[in-house]
Design a binder for this molecule. Sequence first.
Ligand SMILES: [Zn+2]
Length: 76
Amino acid sequence: MKTEDIKGRGKGQGSRRRHRRCLHQYDHLETKKQVFGGADGSDPMWMRIDLFYCQRCLRIKERVLKSHSKEQPTWY
Ligand SMILES: [Zn+2]
């Protein structure tokens, strides 16, 4: 536990020191869509994951949309 704490803190400091301000400019990378369940008569789970990456620092951002409904959600 203790070692983990120290390690975690050190890592945080390191990245803060190296941190450069980035005005993230996200670009769409890919969209994954999945439907779970629904075969047994219950409402299926609709899931959509959009992945974006920053053109400047290549940081990946993820947006997850999910919903339980009989009908296909408008965002799907
Ligand atoms: Zn960025």
